[in-house]
Design a protein around this ligand. Structure first.
Ligand code: NOJ
Ligand code: MG
Length: 533
């Protein structure tokens, strides 16, 4: 059996939303020196890779996902020197650093787009997707922006529409143009040469659109409870067969450098998702698996079914990964409540595959209600009630007025519970979510079974329990998760007679257990090291 493992298989990735992690200069916006100052916290927590949402110069129409210069640092985050210091300080602690590559679109203030909109025969015209109006004078097709409204905006000066799958200030690049590809590949080389360990790649499955730009059909399952921009099926503006050739090129660029990783943002069911590993495992190393995030109902049966389908579909040699939250999704603690959020954390950190942790989830941060006058997310502004500001609020470090995040006025409101839910308090509380997370990370690192071992479902009669084994060599770890709100007792004596509790979601159990009568409290999860013989 192969014993070669890449670093990205055994790390946990911690996503930092830079605006909200740590402000160092009192402007209320998190910045790079702030992140550097918190690296010791991340090392203490047991995190060994960080991914930064975009830090590049940007008008911030989509808070950095509208890039105006791919090889600079936005002044609100600091300088290139600050970046170099952060990278060196992370590496000095054995922490890998991933950047966010946003190749699908630029800012409308990017020099490429300024050129492109200048005239129809500008050499940059074909770097973006321009079309004549429909015969009626309206947009070329019915496509909708993910943020609401049409995906086309009219440029009066040149009499054509340009495509933007997101905000009108985020024009889509034309990835059928080889010059665009070459330019982005050089952006990758710039950062890889500096020593960044890889990229999370924004909306990678949208890079290529159907060449004829046909109308998207209506989604028969759409209801008015869902945002209006979801009323069409996205058949022709994403997940096109030709995108795979582009991703292979992105991978080839990463492979010019030793030991780098590409993680692709792809919201797809596992059946489609696995195609992004590539037929020869030559596309992204990790197609982000968001299926725990998009699961319609959170139950033992649904999670087990998902894990089993994913495990069965993974191509030989492909490495799995799991995500519970990010800057685009309601926080896990708000979706499930605190007790189930602990159970979910145990699941995330014991499943087979690289986990990604969203900043603040380690202390159970919740969505923060944003008063209408403080909504800043372009999606929230266009589709009230569907915005992403609630999950992007400042990290809660301590009970001081700025929560240890800032001395100034934070760009988004602080949570009302910041004085009682913060790192300072949870650090010393042996039962806190933070202590649980840190314990699971340490366990995972120390245990080859958890880190790189096999996965096997353990059949149980209790419908509210999901149980599985993680194994490697002589080590067998049982994970038993009670999703239900009633206690239960399992007979798992066929696995072993006895075991020792290695972790419990309440951080309040230890010692030996008899597997013939393994008791689980409501919403309790256990990791049990099985004894041999
Ligand atoms: C996905 C990013 O995660 C999201 O925050 C952003 O708005 C869109 N892509 C557009 O870049
Ligand atoms: Mg600042």
């Amino acid at each position: 059996m192969s014993t070669t493992h890449h670093w990205w298989q055994s790390v946990v990735v911690y996503q930092i939303y830079p605006r909200s992690f740590q402000d160092s200069d009192g402007d209320g916006i998190g910045d790079l020196p702030g992140i550097t100052s918190r690296l010791d916290y991340l090392a203490w927590l047991g995190v060994d890779a960080i991914w930064l949402s975009p830090i590049f110069p940007s008008p911030m129409a989509d808070f950095g996902y509208d890039v105006a210069d791919y090889t600079g640092i936005d002044p609100c985050f600091g300088t290139m020197d600050d970046f170099d210091q952060l990278l060196a300080a992370a590496h000095a602690r054995g922490i890998k650093l991933l950047l966010d590559l946003v190749p699908n679109h630029t800012s409308d203030e990017h020099p490429w787009f300024r050129q492109s909109r200048n005239s129809r025969n500008n050499p940059y015209r074909d770097w973006y997707i321009w079309r004549d109006p429909a015969p009626t004078g309206g947009p070329p097709n019915n496509w909708l922006s993910h943020f609401g409204g049409p995906a086309w905006s009219f440029d009066a000066a040149t009499g054509q529409y340009y495509l933007h799958l997101f905000d009108p200030r985020q024009p889509d690049l034309n990835w059928r143009n080889p010059a665009v590809r070459a330019a982005i590949y050089d952006v990758m080389r710039f950062w890889l040469r500096k020593g960044v360990d890889g990229f999370r790649i924004d909306v990678i499955w949208m890079l290529i659109k159907h060449p004829d730009l046909p109308d998207n059909p209506p989604d028969p399952d759409w209801t008015p409870a869902r945002p209006p921009q979801q009323r069409l099926l996205r058949v022709y503006d994403q997940h096109q067969p030709e995108v795979h050739a582009v991703i292979r090129q992105l991978r080839a660029v990463a492979d010019e450098f030793a030991d780098r990783v590409l993680i692709g943002e792809i919201y797809k069911p596992v059946e489609d998702l696995v195609s992004y590993y590539g037929a020869e495992l030559d596309e992204v190393h990790l197609p982000f698996n968001f299926n725990l995030v998009t699961l319609p109902a959170w139950s033992a049966a649904a999670v087990r079914d998902l894990v089993e389908r994913y495990e069965a579909l993974l191509p030989p040699g492909a490495w799995p990964n799991w995500v519970l939250g990010n800057h685009d999704q309601p926080r896990i603690a708000s979706r499930l409540g605190q007790p189930l959020a602990r159970l979910a954390q145990m699941l995330l950190l014991t499943l087979r595959g690289t986990p990604t942790l969203y900043y603040g989830d380690e202390i159970g941060m919740e969505d923060v209600p944003i008063p209408p006058e403080r909504v800043v997310d372009p999606q929230g502004l266009r589709a009230p009630g569907h915005g992403r500001d609630p999950e992007r609020t400042p990290m809660q470090w301590d009970r001081s007025p700025g929560a240890g995040f800032t001395h100034g006025e934070p760009w988004l409101p602080l949570a009302a519970d910041a004085a009682v839910r913060n790192v300072e308090l949870q650090r010393t509380d042996p039962h806190s979510m933070l202590t649980l997370t840190r314990h699971l990370l340490a366990l995972r690192r120390a245990s080859p079974a958890l880190n790189i071992g096999r996965y096997r479902t353990v059949a149980v009669r209790e419908t509210h329990v999901f149980a599985y084994l993680r194994s490697r060599g002589p080590e067998d770890l049982l994970v038993a998760l009670n999703f239900g709100d009633t206690p239960c007792q399992l007979d798992l004596s066929h696995l072993a007679a006895q075991g020792s509790i290695a972790a419990s979601t309440g951080m309040d159990r230890s010692g030996r257990v008899e597997l013939a009568a393994l008791a689980l409290r409501p919403h309790e999860g256990l990791v049990v090291a099985l004894h041999e013989g």
